[in-house]
Design a protein around this ligand. Sequence first.
Ligand code: KIV
Length: 261
Amino acid sequence: MTVLEFQRKKREHEKISMVTCYDYTSAKLLAQTSVDCLLVGDSVAMTMHGFKNTLYATIEMMCTHTAAVSRGAGEKFIVSDLPFLSYRKSFTDSMHAIQLLMQNGANAVKLEGADGNTDLIKHAVQSGVPVMGHLGLTPQSVHQLGGYKVQGKTDETAAKLKHDARALQEAGCFCIVLECVPAQLAADITRELSIPTIGIGAGAETNGQVLVYQDLLGMDKSFKPKFVKTFMDGSGHIRKAVESYINDIHSGEFPLHEHSF
Ligand code: KIV
């Protein structure tokens, strides 16, 4: 996958698949699938570190996970999130954060929102860095948004989202994630843009879909938002496997002669 492939897939109405990935083992596994793109999302702060939101992701955390993923991902296209405020302090700090992610193995960076970001996006793109936008429910602004709510439900907020999507495209983004927006609005934005959209909780008409790896594998039964589809009972399977291991220790079925030196 390359940025050119993203455009081709949009042109030829071929859906784009993206999944989050935070570690070497999972990257190695995902490299053996046909998934188009791995996202080292700042959701890593929640999924892998147990923080309550993504505001706790730091550039050091994102670099560590990006590097681990890139060691296992083979030729997969890796997008890494610029974490909270890392692109809002100064131009130099922002470009430094981008440089760190790219030098740790990212093929592109993602950032949230359009307001105040378009000059940085233009500069990064002119510097050779592909930038993915992220609109709708932008979790780094959870306190400003008043919680994890569907965005763009009124005429005014829908118009603002369309305006922001056009601004990101004009600034040079090669793709935009639309998170938790009404399906019709996501379809309208997707139709209006020449760059692809990737949805999460944004209906079926976006050019692609993204899910958090742990969510699609059903690793946490207590977390099941409406937009998530679980494709396996990961937590059940893992618990069962570990219980079998413990049983075998007690029954003497592990280790056997073949496991011993
Ligand atoms: O960090 C993340 O996992 C994301 C996806 C939800 C798009 O940004």
